[in-house]
Design a protein around this ligand. Structure first.
Ligand SMILES: [Zn+2]
Length: 386
């Protein structure tokens, strides 16, 4: 009896040590290792550039910050985004994306969705609710609940339709929109579109790094177009006024979606293929981008290797300028992919460095106003449902 008591006590102590090690050491260390800001001296921002940056309505189309076990209400010394740093960077609108499945050995060329899934592991070691350990839908639901908690605590406002978007943009709080990174949280069921809508999702990516029930990923095996289920899902998303993100979709999927209707699309984080041919397996070809933007779509330019060739603030500015030259001043926005296991040269508190680089490279202030956020705000004002 006594031996049994001891073994229960030892097991309990080991459990506490294990939970503490995960919470305070292993998980934070992994977060810091995966969402890197390269060490740099503080960027020197001129008074003029800072003053101009402070007048801008800054918007970012893609951040995966809901994935990580850090309080977004407080300033952190790791990762790219939290609310104090968004405020410091003068960001008014942040799209928060929910990553729900990520194949081990992720690459841009060819992934299989059947093998080990790192988000399943992350859900367990970060003590997400057990319902999310095996259900992809529940992982999206849980990440929305994290954002809703921030809203309930008065940290931000989640826009749910065009009207609430406009009034939130006129208010003094950070405005947030929810995006699913790929539509695999549907788990093959059309009715889950409405359940995710009810959780607050107003933008849905169709694919992430692997082919799913809706069709081929740019980084999947098949590179195929929409499946019959994918077509039904696109029709249902449009019926509900959900904006479609084709950031990781195969070219065939993008063509199929474009053939279905003229409703504008977004690419929440990406780049222009001809700007940097090394990014061919991550960025859509220019002619497809032109079709998207020609119908009122926008592209968020990412800050990481794979979508642009030079990730310095000056390199990001070059990528933005190139995109404006090819696609027009109304089609280009920011799409950081912050906290999306990317390495960057700045976090969100340092966005004035991009504004300054655009100014130094001669972009007109009128155009800087658009790319730093004006285009994104216009797009959502016009395309969020009623
Ligand atoms: Zn992504």
């Amino acid at each position: 009896m006594r031996a049994l008591k001891w073994s229960v006590l030892i097991a309990a102590i080991l459990l506490v040590i294990g939970v503490a090690a995960l919470t305070f050491y292993i998980v934070p260390q992994q977060d810091a290792k995966m969402n890197v800001v390269i060490d740099h001296a503080p960027y020197v921002i001129s008074e003029d550039a800072q003053a101009f940056h402070d007048t801008l309505t800054v918007a970012d189309l893609h951040s995966d910050s809901l994935l990580w076990a850090r309080s977004l209400a407080n300033r952190n010394d790791r990762g790219h985004v939290d609310i104090p740093r968004l405020v410091e960077g003068n960001v008014k609108l942040q799209v928060f994306s929910a990553v729900t499945k990520s194949p081990r050995g992720l690459n841009f060329d060819e992934n299989d969705g059947q093998g080990a899934d790192d988000i399943s592991l992350l859900a367990k070691v970060q003590f997400w609710p057990p319902r999310s350990w095996s259900s992809i839908y529940e992982r999206a639901a849980y990440q929305a609940e994290r954002l809703i908690k921030l809203e309930d605590n008065g940290n931000l406002v989640i826009a749910r339709d065009a009207q609430s978007f406009k009034s939130a943009m006129a208010g003094d709080k950070l405005v947030a929109l929810l995006l699913t990174e790929g539509a695999h949280p549907l788990e093959g069921k059309i009715e889950n579109i409405e359940r995710l809508y009810d959780k607050g999702y107003r933008i849905m990516g169709l694919q992430h790094f692997f082919d799913n029930e809706l069709g081929g990923s740019m980084h999947g095996k098949s590179k195929s177009g929409l499946t019959p289920f994918g077509r039904d899902a696109v029709i249902e998303m449009r019926r509900m006024g959900i904006i479609i993100d084709v950031a990781h979709s195969s070219e065939a999927v993008v063509r199929d979606v474009l053939a279905m209707s003229d409703t504008p699309l977004i690419i929440s984080h990406g780049g222009v293929r001809s700007a940097c041919p090394a990014t061919a397996n991550r960025n859509l070809p220019d002619e497809l981008l032109l079709e998207i933007t020609g119908r009122g779509g926008i592209i968020g330019i990412g800050y990481f290797d794979g979508v642009i060739c030079d990730i310095s603030p000056g390199g990001i500015a070059d990528a933005v300028i190139y995109a404006v030259d090819i696609l027009g001043a109304d089609a280009v926005a920011l799409g950081s992919d912050f906290d999306g296991t990317v390495t960057t040269t700045l976090d969100t508190s340092e966005l004035a460095a991009i504004t300054q680089a655009l100014m130094q490279k001669g972009m007109e202030r009128r155009v800087i106003t658009k790319v730093m956020g004006g285009n994104a705000v216009r797009f959502f004002s016009e395309n969020l449902g009623k």
